[in-house]
Design a binder for this molecule. Structure first.
Ligand code: KG4
Length: 339
């Protein structure tokens, strides 16, 4: 009998639903919330309200596009955390209601596991997936972690940020430049036209495999402050070089610790990246080159699977479903959790 999983993701500002049949993706629908753009960041209360409006049409569309009926579903996988509690409550409550109505099990998914396991989403039988153990560089708006993945449900953090996440560094520096939220994709676009060697920003000296991005943010801010005193049009005149230099510094920081992690774990032959920042063109190229130089295999996800999406929730849910790790109706969403 086929395993057909409906995945639901509502941890931040994207409402998403996806259907996976025996590991093959049938549909992945994402409704992003533009309401936050005017505020320069996600407003939790507005996010919850938008999820409430989106969840029914998004789930219906995912089921329709998959060409199945609700009654065909084997289980519902939903993100239980980490994330914004009000946003998570919408997906969690919806999953509880639908699983009760259909009398099928629920599986709760750690959002971070979803990003790490996104590489197992197969669009057809030919998709290549990682082999265990592999290392995953998880870089998003809320996390920057190097994770050792030993099995679908066995992962450990080797290093992580002690302050800002890589995505926050992109977004906060972009904000200082007057770019819209989220700034990461704008920096990526501008960087393609700029000189990455033009400006130098400070890099952290943190022992071990942990990251830090707050010093870079301050150094970027001070450079702009000093230069703007001399020329009020400094940002406008130099935006491509600023973006390229900022992006290069973030990539150097990420790759530096990844190299250290690989050195400490010679058994690792495969490197995967995941999370919103893994959509960045510079990051993707740098990781691919890094792996090629060292004879490692790189897993670079399709851009659609880098930012928040329910396909990754459905696939992570499938592995828990197979292990019969079901959630009961008492399950409550959680704002914070590690992998
Ligand atoms: O994984 P994600 O969608 O949300 C969570 O944080 O869970 O990641 C969002 C982050 C934002 O900081 C956004 O600016 C960043 O991913 N991002 C990018 C790019 N696309 C998204 N950063 C740099 N370059 C991009 N192309």
């Amino acid at each position: 009998m086929s395993n057909i999983i409906l995945g639901i993701e509502s941890s931040c500002d994207d409402t998403s639903a996806a259907v996976i049949k025996d590991g093959i993706l049938l549909s992945n629908v994402i409704a992003s919330q533009s309401v936050h753009e005017a505020f320069g960041g996600v407003v939790p209360e507005l996010a919850s309200r938008a999820h409430q409006q989106n969840i029914v049409p998004v789930v219906s569309e995912a089921i329709k596009r998959a060409g199945i009926q609700k009654s065909d579903l084997s289980a519902i996988a939903f993100t239980a955390g980490p994330g914004l509690i009000g946003s998570l409550l919408v997906g969690t409550s919806f999953a509880k209601g639908l699983s009760t109505a259909l009398n099928i099990p629920m599986v709760c998914v750690n959002h971070l596991h979803g990003h790490v396991l996104a590489h197992f989403i197969r669009e057809d039988e030919t998709t290549e997936v990682p082999e265990f153990p592999y290392m995953c560089l998880l870089i998003s708006g809320g996390n920057s972690q190097i994770i050792l993945v030993e099995d679908y449900n066995k992962m450990s953090i080797l290093g992580q940020t002690i302050d800002d996440a890589a995505g926050e560094a992109f977004d906060k520096c972009a904000k200082v430049m007057g770019l819209p939220y989220p700034g990461g994709p704008h920096i990526d676009r501008l960087a393609q036209e700029g000189n990455p060697e033009r400006f130098k920003f400070s890099k952290p000296h943190i022992p071990g495999l942990d990251y830090s991005f707050s010093g870079l943010k301050t150094s970027f801010l001070y450079t702009l402050r000093d230069e703007l005193k001399k020329d009020p049009d400094f940002i406008e005149k130099n935006k491509a070089d600023l973006a390229a230099s900022l992006q290069k510094t973030i990539i150097d920081i990420l790759i530096d610790k990844l190299a250290k992690a690989v050195k400490e774990h010679p058994e690792i032959k495969q490197i995967a990246i995941g999370g919103g920042v893994s959509a960045n063109s510079g990051v993707r190229n740098a990781v691919a080159e890094f792996c090629e130089r060292r004879g490692l295999k790189a897993f670079i996800p399709k851009r659609a699977f880098t930012t928040d999406n329910a396909a990754m929730v459905a696939i992570a849910g499938l592995f828990k479903f197979k292990d019969k790790e079901f959630a009961d109706l008492n399950i409550a969403p959680f704002a914070r959790v590690e992998v």
